[in-house]
Design a protein around this ligand. Structure first.
Ligand code: PMP
Length: 450
């Protein structure tokens, strides 16, 4: 690390508080400074290049350095850099993006509401659900079920939905009325000899047992990612969604599909909802919507949600909710151009074409003696590693592998001892091989050192 007092590293340590970081460790180790990016690569301030194997934070679908997004932002900046959507006001880019998303939605959706992050989209979804229950004269229907290992964000309500200990510990979370049903991770949760379809049925049974124990009339909604991302890339076990969805219908529970990672091609269809035949009442979208070039997220709601909510807002005289930057025109213009690129270049078809090569290399890495399991779909996957010398400290092995990958030119992310792979959707087969060649070499380095 550059120790000079005026270096960007020293100033970062001095002034910036980092997300998902051990602050004291950061004071000692400092940051990795990323300076530029092109395609699937980024470069640090020493000129070292890396494959961005995580597409930033599962998000830079069209790759880094896409000029069309820069031009779309510039055009909109020059025309109207800011306007809002409060109090009956609107502007072209937000209308166009809303219309586009409703037309893309794989199930009938009525309205799009814009937010600026996945957390805000999920937070807004919770507020809307509560508002709707009150509108329907069912004030007792407020409980929300999500899943252990699910990830839905970090605001007070969305962090409560998130089913990961680090998002609750020392934050006094989760808040009341948020419940977590079992994680659908077959590999770690199955009983001895339990086949995958039986495990899936047991998960669904756990959900139904929870609903009945709490009282079905008190349960408003179920939140889930089609494929769990940050909780470890958990691919739903066979038969899972087929077993879960009828239960939601049986008890008239709203289904919110968190498509923040899966949306816009990641699983080989435009939405994870299509990959798993889901019928959500609401969808939350972010990340790939704008390839994260600018903050943008959206909540799509169907008529079942919109109708009562609209009536209630009419009764009160206002829906008292809104962010200054909801539907920001520059972010909306960038999102529209990004979606145009995804469609024009058929990136969803590309994901389907490239996925077999990606999964072949992922599962081949999963055959390494240090690996325990590999899992993936489309262009998202993870390999779980374990070693007895480090088994007392979960995440210690993952941390070492993460550093080895980084040293060898691959940015990945360890979720505990699982390494995630989620490259930009534009990755070529040659680059998939390049990525996994580095990963294999990184694992060999660690294996030799252990
Ligand atoms: N939902 C999912 C599925 C996510 O992966 C994330 C972010 N990783 C979020 C919600 C929260 O998004 P944000 O970080 O933009 O608040």
């Amino acid at each position: 690390m550059n120790q000079l007092p005026n270096s960007i590293e020293a100033r970062d340590i001095a002034f910036q508080l980092h997300s998902y970081t051990d602050a004291r460790k950061h004071e000692d180790n400092g940051p990795l400074v990323i300076e530029k990016g092109d395609g699937i690569y980024v470069e640090d301030n020493n000129g070292k290049r890396y494959i961005e194997g995580m597409a930033g934070l599962w998000s830079v679908a069209v790759g880094f350095g896409e000029k069309r997004l820069v031009e779309a932002a510039t055009r909109q900046m020059e025309k109207l850099p800011y306007y809002h959507t409060f109090s009956h006001r609107t502007h072209g880019p937000s209308v166009e993006l809303a219309e586009k998303l409703i037309s893309m939605a794989p199930v009938p959706m009525s309205k799009a509401y814009f937010t600026n992050s996945g957390s805000e989209a999920n937070d807004t979804a919770i507020k809307l659900i509560w508002y709707r229950s009150n509108a329907l004269g069912q004030p007792e229907r407020k409980k929300i079920i999500s899943r252990v290992r699910g990830y839905h964000g970090v605001t007070i309500a969305s962090a409560s939905l998130t089913g990961l200990p680090n998002n609750h510990r020392s934050f006094d979370l989760p808040i009341a009325n948020i419940l977590h049903t079992s994680s659908p991770h077959y590999h770690s949760m199955k009983k001895d000899g339990e086949i995958e379809t039986d495990f899936a049925k047991r998960c669904a049974q756990d959900l139904e047992d929870m609903i009945r124990a709490e009282g079905p009339e008190t349960i408003a909604a179920f939140f889930a990612e089609p494929v769990m991302g940050a909780g470890g890339v958990v691919i739903p076990p066979q038969g899972y969604w087929e077993a879960v969805q009828p239960i939601l219908k049986k008890y008239d529970i709203l289904f919110v599909a968190d498509e923040v990672i899966c949306g816009f091609g990641r699983t080989g269809n435009m939405f994870g909802t299509q990959t798993y035949n889901l019928e959500p009442d609401m969808m939350t979208l972010s990340k790939g919507i704008s390839s994260s070039y600018l903050p943008m997220s959206a909540l799509l709601v169907n008529e079942k949600v919109y109708g009562p909510m609209a009536d209630e807002s009419h009764k009160i005289g206002v829906w008292g909710h809104g962010y200054t930057a909801s539907g920001h025109p520059v972010a909306a213009a960038v999102a529209l151009e990004n979606l145009k690129i995804i469609e024009e270049r058929d990136l969803v078809g590309h994901v389907r074409d490239i996925s077999p090569a990606f999964l072949r290399r992922l599962h081949s890495l999963g055959g390494h003696p240090l690996a325990r399991e590999s899992r993936g779909v489309g262009l998202i996957g993870a390999v779980e590693f374990a070693h007895e010398a480090l088994s007392a400290t979960p995440g210690a092995l993952g941390g070492k592998i993460n550093m080895a990958f980084q040293e060898q030119g691959l940015i990945s992310r360890n979720m505990g001892d699982a390494m995630a792979f989620c490259p930009p959707l534009i990755i070529t087969e040659k680059q998939v091989n390049e990525m996994f060649d580095i990963a294999e070499s990184g694992i060999e380095t660690i294996a030799k050192a252990l």
